[in-house]
Design a protein around this ligand. Structure first.
Ligand code: ZN
Ligand code: ZN
Ligand code: ZN
Length: 139
């Protein structure tokens, strides 16, 4: 979905399209990687949209409710937000600069899930994986 379609969908639901809201949607579309509220704020500033923290959080809540973004916890105590994914994916977290990257895995745990499932008589619906280490810049 591109910007126009997303705005149109919001409009149809009767949601207002403020400048901030539009800018936030744009930031999430342009960004493949998860962003913290602070990072989000600075991206908004780059688009010449100056908003306070409260507004940013309110918009985050809105976009979460609309299932446009999701909140992720990556174990470093910081909440990050990313575009609601159409794919199953995982994250690389740099312990030095805290940057986060979304990654695909070719055969993600298909066999492991089957094994765990059978061994524990547990129906697995989802799993999440995080890899901690040093990014290209920090090595
Ligand atoms: Zn790094
Ligand atoms: Zn991701
Ligand atoms: Zn997986």
């Amino acid at each position: 979905m591109d910007l126009k379609n997303i705005f149109e969908a919001f409009r149809k639901k009767g949601h207002r399209l403020t400048r901030t809201r539009k800018a936030m949607v744009r930031v999430f579309l342009d960004n493949k990687e998860p962003l913290s509220a602070a990072e989000l704020n600075s991206r908004l500033k780059n688009l010449s949209v100056n908003v306070n923290k409260t507004t940013v959080y309110r918009e985050i809540d809105f976009l979460k409710k609309e299932l446009f973004i999701r909140e992720i916890e990556l174990g470093d105590g910081m909440k990050r937000y990313e575009r609601w994914p159409d794919d199953h994916h995982h994250h690389l977290i740099c312990v030095e600069c805290n940057s986060v990257k979304c990654i695909d895995m070719e055969h993600c745990l298909v066999n492991e899930e089957k094994y765990i499932s059978e061994k524990n008589n547990f129906k697995i619906m989802e799993h999440s994986l995080k890899f901690f280490g040093l990014c290209e810049n920090c090595q």
